[in-house]
Ligand binder design. Sequence first.
Ligand code: M6R
Length: 595
Amino acid sequence: MCGIVGYVGFRDCSDVLIDSLSKLEYRGYDSAGIAVFEDGKIKDKMQAEHSKPEGHCGIGHTRWATHGEPSDINSHPHGNKRVSIVHNGIIENYKEIKEFLAAQGYGFESQTDTETVAKLLDYYYDGKPLETISRVIAEIRGSYALGIMFRDFPDRVFAVRKNSPLIVGLGEGENFIASDVPAILKYTREYYLLEHNEIAVLSADKVKIYDVHGNMLEKQVQVADWDIDAAEKGGYEHFMLKEIHEQPTAIRTTITPRICEDMVDFSEIGMTDEMLNSYRQIFVVACGTAMHAGMVGKYVIEKLARVPVIVDIASEFRYREPLIEKDDLMILISQSGETADTLAALALAKEVGATTLSIVNVKGSSIARESDMVIYTHAGPEISVASTKAYAVQIAVMYMLAFKLAYAKGKITKDEYVSLVKELKTTPDYLEKILVNTDYCKFVASKLMNASSLLYIGRGLDYALSMEGSLKLKEISYIHSESYAAGELKHGTISLVTEEMPVIAVATQKNLLEKTVSNIKEVKARGAMVVLVCGESLEVENDVADYLIKLPEINDLLMPILACVPLQLLAYYTSVLKGCDVDKPRNLAKSVTVE
Ligand code: M6R
């Protein structure tokens, strides 16, 4: 979590830092701060409303609080007149470092772990920044992306990272550091990726990268394929709404290059049918929305390919001594590619020799780099904390994997395979039709906004989808909600149902329809207001649901791609109508790089 930036060049540094930070707010927005060299001194200004320091070299930070409450005193940068730093990550051994430094006479103002690193840099500083940084990173444990300034080098920004993302942007007469690509897109598309503990030294006209022993390294220039508009709202009121509307394009861009003669082609990652055929079982490990995409994948893979799929929440997987073996495939799903628990699960899978395949949106991110194979989703930058288009493309890739695997296993014929792929290709067109008019979802949201608790129910794929619908609503509208397998309600949860508790029922699976409708009637009989999301051909008696959201019908298996949209819109409009901060819900950050 947290976003860091740094700049050295010819522009007004404060302006660049504040502008770049605004593109990283999705990483945390508890507080922000910058430090800039002004007349050879480090000028450190908390919060943008204070007068800005004038200069051409500086660092900045937007914070998601881990150690210490959100406050000016805990805001970054931290340091003193000699050294100033910004940090994204967590220093696990900060307490012992703090004790050591306190014994040397250092005082501390904040409750942050970061301040100990700043003071440790100061303690070891002997006029040689590279040696000092190497010494400090040898002592600290945990995760860090650090932007560092030393008073003696007023035209330099130093940077180093381990287990937290950091890129070095390469401009003409200016250079940048940033936690993520959108922060630099306005200025350059070229950047270096830093490996663990590589140290970058930036001046206006050059960037040098060293290893911890001081050897200079050659780096490959990466070129971002996201354009600058992708990181702007483009006329929409919120990023979330824009990103919901971008789903048809995101799916097209993700699937089209991987379809050849109406069959799935993953040759870009060297994945053959033989390989796919060889795995004993599949683990899908992820967090939050990405895990929900894994749930959809599980249903589809098991149904079509008849291969067991175990879906795990990454933070649980790690600590339950999972029975994963070298003949297994682990699929890791992550928008950011930096989620700490998912990354740790990946490490565990590699330890036992399992094959790891990641489905990731951010190019060059840690999970992408450390997996054996990576399938990039091409959703473009997702800025809103609530994930929408990333989910859509994650499930699109899971479908492709399921189709390919089922065919490789001989569980579907070539005709069935081709027909499924063809139907997948049509989903963006249907999404476009659904998105033409979102007024009805807004109207239904107005009926939900005063609820204090909601239930989402569904069976099979609809249950997987309900989980995502429920998460979306609660995270941005702050209305408590739970998702339940519809058939499970009567085993306890139905006692909660009253006229005060609206129920959102998802019923897109025809083979389960009768059963789900019975479950809907059960909650209706207890006074619940029911919103039913279903296919357009479903005919239900008038009294089954209060509000019907009907969707065009495609193959049942693919319905989650369409049905996720009304669920996203219900959450979005409920949040808007309640006056919540849609794109930056409280307590959350987009990229969760702490465990
Ligand atoms: O970057 P990741 O996909 O690994 O993030 C995982 C979750 O933190 C994320 O999906 C989260 O649940 C969503 N922002 C919720 O909308």
